[in-house]
Design a protein around this ligand. Structure first.
Ligand code: ADP
Ligand code: SF4
Ligand code: MG
Length: 333
């Protein structure tokens, strides 16, 4: 491969839409989201609660509830996921596309040892022999820095702290070297020092296994440190996408600017997003134009009427905002 060959994406999401049929109406929880991910890349997905981050993850793994309608395209290593059978998806979820979720407490069965649960995962999803599975479990526990791994595997979930469980679940999720790991707010239920360790662990896993990671969080500090690229979601849309440092230093969407302005200063303990004026809109009753218009300091008359498309704002950067609807320079000639 020459330096100019772009890396083959592990995931390509194109115009993905998820609409829930709900009593309050149709909820467009994911509204035309497109992005791609190369092997070993970490993509941060940020946005306030209710903007569609978890729905996006469920769509990528085809784990949406029955009241969801999905359109668009999700290609994993070039293969379309939306047309795969349930059995094909189960096989993919077992080893290629795995997940670490928010609450480690409920993710393990209290009645079985951790080791037997780890072994089940490997037995179901691989052709490894019993001794290979045992060796792999120990290897993974070492990789995620769990001390006395053999003893740990013989223990029960309640004998582990929340942070230890999340390490264990991360080890299980990555034991078969998946191409893609979805981490949906994996540290929200943990205290700050443990959060730090889990995040460092994700970075190590990407480095040692080459796994691409989608990291959903509302902590922008985390994204800046870990993510190569980021997607900012608002009301189901990817309102801004780009390389992380570029987005932080030169945000192109007013919502991104509001988010960045809401980051508390270093030293404050609560780093969640709290300080943007106004409410997120009701997705079942969105305005016809830009969903951010009621809160946007730069809103123009057309913003309330016309739905802003995604504009290319630079190399590998997009923003859904009418401020970028400048006439092309060559158009005047
Ligand atoms: N099963 C469902 N039925 C109807 N609406 C849903 C369902 N799941 C989520 N939603 C709605 O979809 C929107 C996005 O939710 P979610 O993806 O959980 O956001 P986030 O993870 O960013 O907080 C919300 O308005 C939520 O109420
Ligand atoms: S389209 Fe208009 S309202 Fe929406 S973010 Fe841009 S300037 Fe603000
Ligand atoms: Mg969520």
């Amino acid at each position: 491969m020459t330096a100019s060959t772009p890396p083959v994406p592990v995931l390509e999401v194109d115009d993905l839409r998820v609409r829930f049929r709900a009593r309050r109406g149709h909820v467009p929880a994911v509204d035309g989201v497109s992005f791609s991910l190369t092997p070993g890349e970490i993509l941060g997905v940020v946005g306030e609660s209710g903007c569609g981050k978890s729905t996006l993850c469920s769509a990528l793994t085809r784990l949406l509830p029955d009241n969801a309608e999905v359109t668009g395209s999700i290609r994993y290593r070039g293969e379309e996921l939306l047309t795969k059978t349930a059995a094909e998806m189960r096989a993919l979820r077992g080893r290629e596309i795995t997940m670490v979720l928010q609450n480690p407490m409920t993710a393990m069965d209290p009645l079985f040892t951790v080791g037997s649960q780890f072994d089940e995962v490997l037995r179901h999803n691989s052709a490894m022999s019993a001794s290979e599975r045992g060796a792999r479990a120990l290897e993974m526990l070492r990789l995620v820095h769990i001390p006395s791994p053999a003893e740990r595997l013989a223990s029960y979930p309640h004998q582990m702290s929340g942070g230890m469980k999340q390490r264990m679940l991360t080890a299980m999720a990555t034991a078969l070297k998946p191409g893609l790991l979805l981490a949906d707010e994996p540290t929200t239920a943990l205290d700050v020092t443990i959060q730090e360790q889990i995040l460092r662990l994700l970075a190590e896993i990407r480095a040692s296994l080459g796994t691409a990671i989608i990291l959903v969080t509302h902590d922008l500090g985390i994204v800046r440190r870990l993510a190569d690229r980021m997607v900012i979601m608002y009301a189901g849309r990817a309102v801004e996408t780009g390389e992380t440092e570029a987005v932080f230093t030169d945000p192109q969407h007013p919502y991104t600017r509001a988010l960045l302005a809401s980051i508390p200063r270093i030293g404050q303990t609560n780093r969640r997003l709290t300080a943007i004026d106004g409410q997120i809109p009701d997705l079942a009753n969105l305005p016809p134009g830009c969903a951010f218009a009621p809160r946007c300091p730069q809103a123009m008359p057309r913003c309330a009427e016309d739905y802003p498309p995604s504009f290319d704002t630079g190399p590998d950067r997009t923003a859904c905002c009418w401020l970028h609807d400048t006439p092309r320079k060559d158009a005047a000639a």
